[in-house]
Design a protein around this ligand. Structure first.
Ligand code: FAD
Length: 369
């Protein structure tokens, strides 16, 4: 039996996060895109939703939620609907906290999770991607070599959100390159650790409000206690599936934003005396957009459902993320097209959504691998 109905709780979450996205994130999106800065009060307000603290176990001061992936996807979609840069910024601390919640040792939980339960936004992040043409999650080139009681990290990462303001970051590195996903570990690296260099802010085509950085690790030594999960390590495949589902869900939100905006515009805009929405060329485009959104959302929900069942959902999350990377481009491009020449100017947000949507092919590995 398959059920696509949201529970009452999920509907409540969707409504409250959706209202925040529509009323507060959306109006801030264009100024943030132009200035490259997200207003701190907005980030503080998002923090109060408990997107991170909610998942911290109660004994460390958090909400102790079980973090169902389907509910996470609903939240991510709503935030993405508001703005992708702001959504990634406010959710970035999850990239650090959630692997520790789920796979960290007791000591790591005690040491690192409390900071996410305070009243103020706690910047944290993870370094996954690498600046190479053949980047592949199952064949990371950043390496962690055992050395005495600890590890030595070497290599380069890119697109690391909030790296310059995060106290610590989670750096994924290959401890045994021959083992693929199973040979990857996560290491907690303080920002100021010897051997870590954080670049100037990256200059990206889209996501201009989101601060991302390159990270260079040169003989960066960390203790054995920096390895998430200790000797047991992590389930890297599951962690990447989780982040892909969240990213893909945000993509559905971006698509929906473009669709709603274009639909409403097409009903208002008149050409030859009638709304352009009544012209088949426009109506078909809008219908195609709606189809893509529903298809992408179903792929996301399927992958999230699989994660909630306890599987790693590697295939499903890959399909969802890959589908979103392609369909978000198509849908946001249609959004620009429905507005005609007006879509190309900054007065409307559709060009920004198109630039942001292009990022899905780059973030978390190229869509063709
Ligand atoms: C970079 C740039 C430079 C420009 N430079 C100039 C310039 O130098 N001089 C100048 O005069 N203009 C210029 N323009 C404006 C350009 O000519 C108009 O943008 C263009 O004609 C489209 O009109 P519109 O933006 O009003 O879109 P609309 O007419 O509102 O069209 C919106 C959408 O509806 C569709 N549509 C409209 N009517 C119909 C119909 N009957 N049936 C089916 N579909 C329909 C369109 O294909 C489009 O997808 C420029 C635009 C851009 C983007």
């Amino acid at each position: 039996m398959i059920d696509f109905e949201l529970s009452e709780e999920q509907q409540m979450i969707r409504d409250s996060v959706g209202a925040f996205a529509r009323d507060e994130i959306r109006p801030a999106a264009r100024p943030a895109d132009e200035s490259g800065a997200i207003p701190a009060p907005l980030v503080a307000k998002a923090w109060q939703f408990g997107f991170v603290s909610g998942a911290v176990p109660e004994k460390f001061g958090g909400g102790g939620d079980t973090r169902p992936a389907v509910t996470g996807a609903i939240v991510a979609e709503e935030l993405g609907f508001g703005d992708l840069s702001i959504a990634i910024h406010v959710l970035a601390p999850r990239l650090f906290a959630f692997p520790i919640v789920e796979m960290g040792t007791d000591d790591q939980r005690a040491k690192y999770l409390k900071r996410f339960t305070g009243a103020d936004f706690a910047a944290a992040t993870a370094a996954v991607m690498e600046p190479r043409f053949d980047f592949d999650l199952s064949a990371l080139q950043v390496s962690a070599r055992r050395d005495g009681g600890g590890f030595v990290l070497n290599g380069a990462k890119c697109y690391v959100p909030l790296a310059a303001e995060a106290d610590s970051m989670l750096v994924y590195a290959a401890t045994d390159a021959a083992k693929g996903f199973a040979g990857v570990d996560g290491f907690i690296v303080p920002r100021g650790a010897a051997g870590v260099t954080i670049s100037e802010r990256e200059k990206n085509m889209g996501l201009k409000a989101l601060a991302t950085y390159e990270l260079t690790l040169k003989d960066c030594r960390v203790g054995a206690d920096a390895r998430v999960g200790g000797d047991k390590g992590i389930d890297f495949s599951r962690l990447m599936s989780q982040s892909r589902v969240a990213l893909a869900a945000m993509g559905v939100g971006v698509m929906n934003a473009a669709f709603e905006y274009a639909r409403d515009y097409a009903k208002e805009r008149k050409a030859f005396g009638v709304p352009i929405a009544t012209k088949q060329a426009i109506a078909f485009m809008l219908a195609d957009m709606a189809i893509e959104i529903d298809a992408a959302r179903l792929l996301v929900w399927e992958a999230a459902f699989k994660l909630d069942k306890g599987g790693d959902a590697l295939k499903e999350s890959y399909l969802a993320k890959n589908y979103v990377a392609q369909s978000a481009l198509k849908v946001t491009d249609n959004g620009v097209q429905v507005l005609g020449g007006h879509g190309y100017i900054r007065e409307h947000p559709v060009e920004m959504w198109l630039r942001n949507a292009r990022g899905f092919s780059a973030i978390d590995g190229i869509a063709t691998v």
